[in-house]
Design a binder for this molecule. Structure first.
Ligand SMILES: C[S@@+](CC[C@H](N)C(=O)[O-])C[C@H]1O[C@@H](n2cnc3c(N)ncnc32)[C@H](O)[C@@H]1O
Length: 224
């Protein structure tokens, strides 16, 4: 049945007690996992498609690419790269894609590091509805608990994480705040702002299920 989504069930009632320690460890220790060839190839193809001129928007874990299409249409002067590891999801991207969009299959753990290595600065960085991994033991699978997380603020841009699990967004803001050395806020929001359309299939499903939604938006551009 459609529109029967629920808030992720978790034994956690607030920010994970080990998150601060984990973020500090990831900040201190270099992340050495080798970058796989298929991610390097996907990255190079995306860089060629972008061309390096227009402001760059990254739709990180774009799923079917519906949010990437929306971002590309809303920002005709920018270029959008939508990245997802699932070929099956990307393959459902519908219709002709806007010329200022490319969808690539890659693992973000490598793709983010390649962007940082190349010195690419984003204009906007969207993380819409990441898998929540709500079990206490799954902290390191959430993006802010992952070893790659310290790379994200290096990419700059206006970074935005959205979730239907309040704790995910609270943790994301807390972990980003630890890396940036300042307090970062988060908020509940009504989907569809400002244009009246949910940004992605997951947002639509959660809205239609009557769930509360949360987001953390931070301007990491120079002077932002
Ligand atoms: C809950 S879905 C959200 C999809 C889309 N952003 C939306 O809002 O409709 C999470 C997506 O994250 C993708 N994903 C998870 N881990 C990933 C990784 N390491 N690299 C790239 N994509 C990943 C999954 O394939 C899936 O499409």
């Amino acid at each position: 049945m459609y529109a029967n989504s629920r808030v992720p069930e978790s034994a956690q009632t607030g920010i994970h007690e080990r998150l601060a320690e984990l973020v500090e460890r990831h900040r201190r220790e270099p992340f050495r996992k080798p970058i796989l060839d298929y991610n390097r190839a996907a990255f190079e193809a995306a860089m060629v498609a972008w061309g390096g001129e227009k402001p760059l928007i990254l739709d990180a874990a774009c799923g079917t690419g519906a949010s990437s299409v929306l971002l590309a249409r809303q920002n005709p002067d920018a270029f959008v790269i939508g990245v997802d590891q699932s070929l099956a999801r990307l393959a459902t991207a519908k219709g002709e894609l806007p010329a200022n969009l490319c969808l690539v299959r890659a693992d973000l753990v490598d793709f983010w590091r390649l962007l940082a290595e190349r010195g690419v600065k984003l204009a906007r960085h969207c993380l819409f509805y990441p898998n929540p991994w709500p079990k206490i033991g799954h902290l390191s699978r959430r993006w802010h608990g992952h070893a790659v997380f310290p790379v994200l603020p290096r990419l700059g841009g206006v970074i935005e994480c959205r979730s239907n699990w309040r704790i995910y967004v609270e943790e994301f803001a807390f972990a980003l705040g630890l890396l940036l050395g300042r307090e970062i806020g988060w908020e509940a929001f009504a989907p569809g702002e400002p244009l009246g359309e949910p940004v992605s299939p997951f947002e639509r499903k959660y809205r239609d299920s009557g769930l509360s939604l949360y987001r953390c938006v931070v301007d990491l551009r120079e002077g932002g």
